[in-house]
Design a binder for this molecule. Sequence first.
Ligand code: HEM
Length: 256
Amino acid sequence: MELGKEMTAHKESYDSEDVKDLIDCLMKEQENAIAEGSAKVDSLTETHLLQTVSDLFQAGTDTTTTTLHWAVALMAQHPEIQQKVAEEVDRVVGRDRPPSVEDRGQLPYTEACMYEMLRYSTVAPVGVVHATMEDVALGNYMIPKDTWVMVNQWAIHFNEKHWDEPTKFKPEHFLDESGGVRQHPEGFLPFSFGRHVCLGESFAKAEIFILFSWLFQQYTFSIPPGHEGKFELKLDSSTGLVNQLLEYDIVAKKRF
Ligand code: HEM
């Protein structure tokens, strides 16, 4: 979606009596702030509106949908892990209601699996590009002002110092000896860190947990017959900053 074009189209069709979606809502807030002469105007400029929509649709949506594409593909590739998740969800949640965020502490294997998927896919492999605003000393390095800086999250997520078998998809990476979930292990930074850490981190974790556990409560995903052993996850190299997968075929079978 080209957001600039979308904003222009919304401006042309805007009707304050018929607010249809988020962009219309923001335009209405802007209109009210101007009419009331409110100080809010300063945080409802055209740039703010565009950035808010971009945060929700790009920062918030691309990352989450890409993560779920990875989830389905990885679980189809690892049917034994998928079965364990489905069994845990059946045992704790049952089949009469969808999983909810309150189930999170009760589904350790499922949650560990979700974190492992965030590690293994590393959908934002170098985070978002930043730049130094002044000369900065970091360890033994001097980084001059106006240098682009990226965090190589992919390298951290596949570093043997942090993970016993980094190239393997292994939910046990996130389970401790007593079967509890390792919430913040060293070397796990899918949402980056510091002042610009992902604003949606808590929301994304809750949202992905609900969708992830629901998918495997409802469906069994498998590799199409005849493709077993040949199923490969390939990165779409045209997408730049997000680790998207190339399209793949999958069989989804309703569980009940
Ligand atoms: C799997 C899901 C997600 C992943 C892996 C992810 C990852 C990231 C990463 C790596 C950054 C860059 C941090 C930096 O600049 O160093 C970021 C920034 C951001 N994310 Fe997320 N994100 C996810 C979901 C979401 C969701 C659901 C939302 C909002 C509803 C969101 C909103 C944002 C915003 C607004 C920023 C910019 C923060 C800033 O520059 O101050 N993200 N995210």
